[in-house]
Design a binder for this molecule. Structure first.
Ligand code: PEP
Length: 254
């Protein structure tokens, strides 16, 4: 299974700060071994800076944090998949909890973005996850199922199944663990990743075993190894602790 270490820089870093961080990562990582990939989800303005710093480094790639599901048009403030690719991005995040909960994106829009981005040559890290209220109400499985089903129900046959391998990864991010310092415990992560794998199995059959599932939510250098050792954890999505290159390097090294 492909292993992915993803950094979400959120709305941080000017172009020069992004160049400096990406150069530090490139220096620290060199070339990634086959089957491992590091993806930095940079703010739009800094994508090209990070991509320049990663040139010539196998397995180091850049992604956008959002895109709009149209080729071009009167969509003020939005960015198309082709524009992201032109800036040097190979990936895009969809369904991040900050977009679902702060920007009000619903499952249908997340599905449209995911499918459009895949159709237009980007790899997608699709984020799913429950709020604390949903977890406490016993709705974890139902929420993950609803979020995944919305995407796969709308997926054209040409994109689905084995065609998704190497192009789609899923990020399980409990909303209550993002940016709060409250990492999910091993049992919570194991259970949620097993549920996610089983749901993917229902939706895409045996291809499910080949789609990486990343954990995200307060990952730090001191908990990364323990998380990566858990079944069905194929990578990590790191926000706050990825902003300092040295701390993200420690997480990858763990
Ligand atoms: C994220 O932004 O996806 C994230 C997991 O953030 P943090 O690591 O800061 O919790």
């Amino acid at each position: 299974m492909q292993k992915i270490f993803a950094a979400n820089w959120k709305m941080y870093k000017t172009r020069s700060q992004a160049s400096q961080s990406a150069q530090e990562l490139a220096k620290g990582l060199g070339q990634m071994p086959a089957g491992q990939e590091v993806v930095v989800f940079a703010p739009f303005t800094a994508i090209s800076c990070a991509a320049d710093a990663f040139k010539g480094h196998a397995g180091l790639t850049v992604g956008g944090q959002n895109c709009y599901p149209a080729e071009e048009g009167a969509f003020t403030g939005e960015t198309s998949p082709a524009m992201l690719r032109d800036a040097g991005a190979a990936w895009v995040l969809t369904g991040h909890s900050e977009r679902r909960h702060i920007m009000g994106e619903d499952d249908a829009l997340v599905a449209r973005k995911t499918i459009f981005a895949l159709e237009h040559g980007l790899n997608v890290l699709l984020c799913i996850g429950e709020t604390l209220e949903q977890r406490e109400a016993g709705k974890l499985n139902a929420v993950l199922e609803r979020q995944l089903a919305a995407v796969f129900a709308a997926m054209p046959a040409s994109l689905g199944g084995a065609a998704l391998v190497g192009k789609l990864a899923v990020g399980y991010e409990p909303v209550w663990a993002i940016g709060t310092g409250k990492v999910a415990g091993p049992k919570e992560v194991l259970d949620a990743h097993a549920v996610t794998r089983a749901l993917l199995g229902k939706l895409v059959g045996e291809t499910a075993s080949r789609l990486p599932i990343l954990y995200g939510g307060s990952v730090k250098p001191n908990n990364a190894a323990g998380l990566m050792a858990l079944d069905n954890v194929d990578g990590l999505l790191v926000g706050g602790a990825s902003l300092e290159a040295q701390s993200f390097l420690q997480i990858i090294g763990a």
